[in-house]
Each structure stands twice: as structure tokens, then as C-alpha cells.
Design a binder for this molecule. Sequence first.
Ligand SMILES: Cc1ncc(COP(=O)(O)O)c(C=O)c1O
Length: 387
Amino acid sequence: MTEQKFLPFALPDIGEDEINEVVDALRSGWVTTGPKTKQFEADFAAFIGDGVEAIAVNSATAGLHLALEAVGIGPGDEVIVPSYTFTATAEVVRYLGAHPVCVDVDAATFNIRPEAIRAAITPKTKAIMPVHFAGLACDMDAIIAIAREHKLKIVEDAAHAMPTYYKGKLIGTLDSDVTVFSFYANKTMTTGEGGMVVSKNKDIIARCKVMRLHGISRDAFDRYTSKTPAWYYEVVAPGYKYNMPDTAAAMGIHQLKKINAFLAKRETLAARYDEALADLPLILPVRPVDAGSNHAWHLYPVRLKPEAGISRDDFIVRMAELGIGCSVHFIPLHRQPVWRDGYGLKREDFPVADAAFEAEVTLPLYTRMTDDDQRRVIAAVREVLGK
Ligand SMILES: Cc1ncc(COP(=O)(O)O)c(C=O)c1O
């Protein structure tokens, strides 16, 4: 097995359509935000549906920053985030001079716990950022109810949730204020780097659009295609440089067309893992219990049970020796120096997230995996666990 090619933990699935569209952008002369970005935004909004509008940005991190700014988060505010997430979820809160308040997660889903949100609310709390971990929706009914009761904004970090249904509705259409998707290289669809801000609220969309490009009231494409002089623009706020270029949107247009096929492939891979690993000392990912809910399977996170007799770190080393790349999602925020030391976070205050991290391994799952590739992963897991 070791002489076989190393099987990475994730790989993008880029086809000739994406390549041709990028080449078309390069040949067209529009390499920054232009017609392809407009098309990608329109296509994405149509896919999510329910009257949402979509603003393309150069990362989900940028999109989350814009979203928090647009809902009015500012210095001294508190925003509740799960500890079990990537640092981007919390760092954007700090960009605005506000404070991320980390809370613990659910032991089965790794998603933020509504009761933990409730317990963390103070007079300074302004927003909640649910993260749909691995592609499984948070308990959004409960989170929306808490937000209504306490007049809090909801900015959904949907970096993993494309496409995730929650009780028959796509993430992006729920009663939150804004939802942000990621098209980073390892996500369920990719533009290399990129993200999408989605909302039904026209004021939020308008604010994100202006702040995405320096606070300028008209973007380059509008300026060069409208009748007023192209050189004229007005800066109405100190904005950011977060626009998506057409070279990235070109990829996104075709990735989006394939998203349901990608999902079907991910579901097949996840189902095969579920079956082939069921007898091992592993906790496998849970599936949604509600009708009309699905899992986007961005990640396939497993946890080693104590009886596995091997630490997570050693497991990953052994898998690498067998030619298989694994990863860990996530090193929780309360273990990262910036958040741990900055906010005095203690491991014992996040018992679920902390224990989950100690035991978690993410197995390779991506649409380009062949049956043989997956058999290699399964055989390696069984070998490492002595089965
Ligand atoms: C939960 C979560 N939020 C946000 C991000 C940031 O996404 P991006 O790389 O598009 O900025 C990531 C990236 O991996 C993520 O996992």
C-alpha cells in the first residue's frame, strides 16, 4: 500500500467547463469583478431561492466581516460563536472591535448548543454566529427563537453548508439576517478563494455591496457600462477590498451547476464509510433526524473511542505512513493562544468541544475519490485499528 500515490485529504474537482470559462474571462479583458461575477451572483441567488440576493466576495472571511458590519456590530459588542470552529468565525468579530464570546457545542453534532447561547447572553450581546459544522445544520429553530426573544442578529457561517437543507429549506433562506458561504479550495464547491453573502434584507445587501469595494457607491462594472462618466465615483464609507474577480466567478458558475451531482457523490462516499467503519471503535458522524434535512458532507469527521487504543495524533501518523492524508476539524478556539489568552478561556469551560478535539480525525472525502481510493482509506483505517 505504501508504494501507492499519497491520497490527499481533499482535492478540488475542476473540469474543462471551469477551465474554458476562466480562459474566456482572461481573453475578454474583464479579469476583475464584471459580467461573470454578476452571472455567478444571479445563478447563486436563484439556486438558493426564496427571493435572496447574493454578493460575491473574495473569501467567506471577508463575507462574514461584511455581514457583521452590515448588521451593525461595533466596538464593545458581544457576538456568540461556537468554540468548535475555524478562527475566521471569531476574528471577523474582532475586526469590528467587538468581542467573540465562545460557547460549547453539542456532543453528537459538534454544533453550537442553543442552551449554551442562552447562558452566554449579556446586555452587550448583539449577534449569534451559528456554524453548520461539516455540513449539518445547527438547531436553527431554537437559535432563531432565542434571537427573536433577545433581539439579536443572526449571521450564519455556512462555510461548510453548500447545499444543506434544514427541515425542507436551504441554508440561506432561513429567518436569519445574513448567511455566508465559502468557496475555498477544499469546500464542496470552489473558486480557489471566494465566498458569497446571501440575504433577503435589501439594506444589508446594499451595505455589503458598497463596503465590498472601498465604500464606493458604484462598482467598476457599473461605472464602465453606464452613461454617466466612467471616471466618477463617490466614496460613502471607509470600505474594504473584498470583491470577487471574474477569473474566480468563472469557476464558480460551473461548480454551481454541478453542486447537486457533487452532493450525490459525497452522500455515496459518506454512506459507504458509515457501512464499512460501523464495527470499529469509532464514533461516526450523525445524520440529521428531521425530515427534509440533509448533510452536505463537506467533512467526514470521526472520533476515536478510548477502546481504539491509539491516540488521535498517532492515528494520523499511521494513516500517513499508509499513504492517506487526514486532517483535524477543529483545534477549538479556546485552545488557540489568541482567544485562550485574550479572553482567559479555560478547557474545562468547553468540555464537549475539548473532548471532541482530542479524539477527532477527518477522513478524506471529495468528489474525485474513486471507489479504489475509498477502499484504500477504509483498509488503512482498519489496519491502524487492528481490524
Ligand atoms: C467554519 C468556517 N468558517 C469560515 C471559514 C473561512 O472561509 P474562507 O477561507 O473562504 O475565508 C472557514 C474556512 O475553512 C470555515 O471552516
